[in-house]
Design a protein around this ligand. Structure first.
Ligand code: GLA
Length: 674
């Protein structure tokens, strides 16, 4: 009998791959443990009979968005062959593109240029002799959500069979020195409030306790509690009031200006806070919200400008089959009793109750027995509170929402004392006459108006996943931020594809209105009730916070703060990094240069300096360079490393840094003396 390579691969499988040594064999990529792939959300798949540009392949390794798979070879694998391309699917957005790469022991063995949907598969044959670690990479170049495929991929080998392995992850190094013991005032240097509306501002100060707070030139109507540093009251007349904030402890004193802009614009810098979704999701309780608020104080987050404590979906009741709204919902193609998140709140009796009272006012569910009490507790700490609803009759989690009750709900939220509303499209899609922009704007314009009618400021956060080019219209109807993408999760594929796809949106961001690439996925996350440490590596987490700060994104922490470790808190309390996000000029970064998986993003700051992110989206450390000419500056420039809070020197013409896998070096560049 003739022993063919494929027969050998079957034999190899039957006796266990890692131990089997043969002289010549062939193994399909799909026989490896593909679950070790790093990619967004769903598990990577081996698939059969899938098409690329109408050509059917007998098998394929299918990945979603950016992904990487590490494979151990023994140096005796002669070749890796595959056909690569994007799987046929009519729903891809125009302009979608990915890049394929194959790396062997830190060398690039193959890199495609942009691969687009509908293009014929490209056949690659790569010599892998001598290689010990092979990495298969797909990187999203533009438009998210494509399915890339390594089709009919095989290894020809003479030693041990290739084995998929876990990549080595760097240790979690805290880069930032501890805050000084002398007092330092942190956070935004400008804040907005509407005339006559309640003002609430805690002066964020680091340094040894106790701190004594004072303020000069506070406008009439405001007063400061010298012990807590909380300023409250209201101001009648519109205008800019420049207040001198002062803080003193036994080691010294400091002061800093704060502009209180009494006018019509809120969120003069991007909102900073916490949201329950990425950790507790449908399991959220009032205790979680209180726990987050207490953590802001205990861990000192409040001293760095973190302000909003927001409950997402599931503070409301869930109408069940038989509810009076069922007929209308059914008529619009929706059904009650579905559980979109496949978890067990359907059986939680605390979610079953009267969604609205006899006057149509929305009720909080039995996990939130005292909404006004909870909000006033949050306020008493110097923090603000946020909640969530949908313009449709149901939220994404099938709880009751605001359709037909917009005025009552806005009033109710204001009466409860809320400062923030996230308004999530969800079921409203079924209530739109068509998919036109006018139809998409309608419900947001309505709620924007209702919020504006209240006697307190309620920040308005739109969530409709970036449909209908929301950045072009949301600010006009009072939107303070708008989601630009679908939901994030705690994977490199998800976070990096979302973050690096924001280029071009910067033109629409500015004081009062911000692009929102979704909430942070550092710390203990998990979409409740079970949590896990973020699957982002430490360097990926530095990339996440650096990129979001450069983008002038709302910073909403998505983890359980009661469990935040020192590394997570370090990521969230570096004042020089936060200052980039909160820069009062509000000019968001864009991509300055890109060379394959190396990208430089930059934004100009109010003081004329430039914040620059040197990013490496690749699998191996690389030197990343920013040229002054690309920043439209020249001459000697001082460079400061913001994560390390350290001056690195003065440089003419350019600055280069070695950046680790999926990592960043975030610097501030200023003309010497500036
Ligand atoms: C949508 C949003 C998420 C979250 C959930 C709640 O998926 O995009 O951010 O609010 O709904 O159900």
């Amino acid at each position: 009998m003739k022993i063919t390579p494929s027969l050998l691969s079957v034999l190899a499988l039957s006796v266990g791959l890692s131990a089997f040594t043969v002289s010549a064999a062939s193994l399909s990529l799909t026989q490896l443990d593909l679950t070790l792939t790093e990619q967004q959300g769903r598990s990577p798949k081996a698939t059969a009979k899938t098409k690329i540009a109408d050509k059917v392949f007998s098998n394929g390794f299918l990945t979603r968005g950016s992904s990487d798979l590490y494979i151990a070879l023994d140096g005796k694998v002669a070749t890796f062959t595959a056909s690569i391309g994007i799987v046929d699917n009519p729903n891809y957005k125009e302009g979608a593109a990915v890049r394929f790469e194959v790396l062997g022991d830190s060398h690039l063995l193959y890199a495609s240029d942009s691969v687009h949907p509908g293009e014929a598969a490209r056949k690659i044959e790569i010599s892998t002799s001598g290689v010990k670690t092979l990495i298969l990479v797909v990187q999203t170049i533009d438009r998210l959500g494509t399915l890339a495929m390594w089709a009919d991929a095989r290894f020809e080998y003479s030693g041990k069979a290739p084995v998929a392995i876990k990549r080595e992850i760097e240790s979690a190094v805290i880069l930032t020195p501890a805050a000084a013991r002398t007092p330092k005032i942190n956070g935004a240097s400008i804040t907005g409030v509407r005339p006559t509306h309640p003002f609430l501002f805690k002066i964020p100060v680091t340094g040894d306790r106790p701190i004594k707070y004072s303020a000069k030139h506070l406008p009439k109507g405001l007063s400061l509690d010298a012990k807590t540093g909380i300023i409250t009251g209201s101001v009648q007349a519109a205008g800019d009031y420049t207040v001198i904030l002062q803080a003193k402890n036994k080691l010294g004193s400091t002061e800093r200006e704060l502009v209180i802009r009494v006018g019509d614009t809120l969120a003069l810098t991007p909102q900073m806070g916490w949201n329950s979704w990425n950790c507790f999701a449908s399991a959220v309780t009032a205790e979680n919200m209180k726990g987050a608020a207490d953590s802001f104080i205990k861990s000192g987050l409040i001293e760095h400008g973190w302000t909003y404590v927001n409950v997402d979906d599931f503070w409301e009741y869930r109408p069940l089959p038989g509810d009076p709204i069922e007929a209308d919902i059914n008529a619009h193609g929706l059904a009650l009793g579905k559980n979109p998140y496949h978890i067990s709140p359907m059986s939680d009796p605390k979610l079953v109750g009267p969604a609205r009272d006899s006057q149509g006012r929305i009720n909080a569910n039995a996990r939130f027995t005292d909404m006004p009490g909870l909000v006033s507790y949050i306020h008493s700490l110097g923090l603000k509170a946020g909640l969530y609803s949908s313009p449709g009759p149901l939220t994404c989690g099938q709880c009751i929402a605001s359709y037909g009750h917009e005025a009552e709900d806005a009033l109710r939220f204001a009466e409860w004392g809320f400062d923030y509303l996230k308004y999530d499209m969800c079921s409203y899609r079924n209530y739109m006459k068509d998919t036109s922009r006018a139809e998409a704007i309608k419900p947001y314009e309505l709620m924007g108006r209702m919020l504006h009618n209240q006697n307190r400021d309620i920040l308005f956060s739109l969530c409709q996943y970036g449909d209908n080019d929301v950045w072009e219209w949301a600010a006009n109807l009072g939107g303070n931020s708008w989601r630009t993408t679908g939901d994030i999760n705690d994977t490199w594929g998800s976070m990096s594809d979302i973050g690096f796809s924001q280029n071009g949106h910067e033109a629409y961001a500015g004081p009062g209105h911000w692009n929102d690439p979704d909430m942070l996925v550092v710390g203990q996350v998990g979409w409740g009730p079970t949590l896990h440490p973020t699957r982002l590596s430490p360097n990926e987490q530095y990339t996440h916070i650096s990129l979001w700060s450069l983008l002038a994104a709302p910073l909403l922490i998505g983890c359980d703060l009661t469990q935040a470790d020192a590394f997570t808190l370090n990521l969230l309390t570096n004042d020089e990094v936060i200052a980039i996000d909160q820069d009062p000029l509000g000019r968001a970064a864009h991509r300055i240069t890109q060379d394959r998986d190396v990208e430089v993003w930059a934004r100009t700051l109010a003081d004329g300096t430039v914040a620059v992110g040197l990013f490496n989206r690749g699998e191996i450390s690389q030197t990343v360079t920013v040229h002054w000419s690309d920043l439209h500056i020249s001459g000697q420039q001082a460079v400061r490393d913001l994560w390390r809070q350290k001056d690195v020197g003065s440089f003419g013409g350019e600055y280069s840094a070695l950046v680790p896998r999926h990592g960043v070096v975030l610097v501030k560049v200023s003309s010497n003396g500036g």
